[in-house]
Design a protein around this ligand. Sequence first.
Ligand code: PEP
Ligand code: MN
Length: 355
Amino acid sequence: MDLLPLNVTTTESTRPTIIAGPCSAESEEQVLETAHRLARQGVRLFRAGIWKPRTKPGGFEGIGFVGLDWLKRVKQETGMLLATEVATEEHVRQALQAGVDILWVGARTTVNPFAVQEIADALHGTDVPVLVKNPVNPDLELWIGALERIHRAGIRRLGAIHRGFSSGGKSKYRNEPMWSIPMELKRRIPGLPIFCDPSHIGGNRELIEPLVRKGTGLGFEGLLIESHCRPETAWSDASQQLVPEKLGEILRRLDDSMAETDDDPLDDLRHRIDAIDEQLLELLSRRMKISDEIGVYKKEHDLPVVQPSRLGEVIEHRINVGCELDLNPRFVRGILMKIHGESVRLQKTAGRGEL
Ligand code: PEP
Ligand code: MN
């Protein structure tokens, strides 16, 4: 994919590009106060949602058109560049007319090729930078498909935003990071800048700093972070927003830690391995929880923990899948026997929550 640099910052800093601002524009006063306080922390790119796709009706669906005038004031008074989410052709038209500098496509829009195509058609003939969030579900092809649609419309200043994935399981994250997926996107589209969105991955302001460290450690080029002048009263995503001054502290600590690390050419490969190992462990943990549920069921129905015919079938099937993925059959068997052994051990103590 031929791409051009996003060209949205003028600083020489090695720090990733930071876009920060409230989840939603709520009032002129809230937008301007947040923007001025962020500008004092050195933030140069301001985000605010004007149109908010909500999972259920009845929530705050965005202030709409009027909020664009507040964003214009942010630009006049602070010189910050502006970023907002667009989900329809009309949003693209209004945002561009108001002088918004960066558009992003939200996770609930990326899942729908019709909606992405409508946006792509509206972008034809413009050269605004566009960032595409991952779809809600962990589907790399759908994410790439959305990027391709926007690229085909002639947009060359293109980037992606990793905001985590719905997994249905219990987790400390609002959206599972599944780091290996954005890392694979990096491999599939070299040169595509990827932003990490720790706010929507974490869902909780306490998780922002560790996620910022993780994302920058993995070599993400940018960060999209929600910041609000009074987070506890925010009309959307209150628990994950930070006051600008707290964000400033996190960014200064990030600068300090980046100044300490030197560039080792093995770092990139090691980070990729780290991300995959983490995901393997997440998957193993999910698998063991299901084993525990099976254990409870077997106990209630007086069934034996080990059922040899099922074990034989499982191993044979997995070895075939492994061969198709170029894995050595002895290696696959060894891993599966280990996993099975642990599963049996857990089923014997099922429901007691023991480790
Ligand atoms: C947002 O950035 O406020 C937002 C709605 O995010 P997402 O599309 O990732 O849910
Ligand atoms: Mn939000």
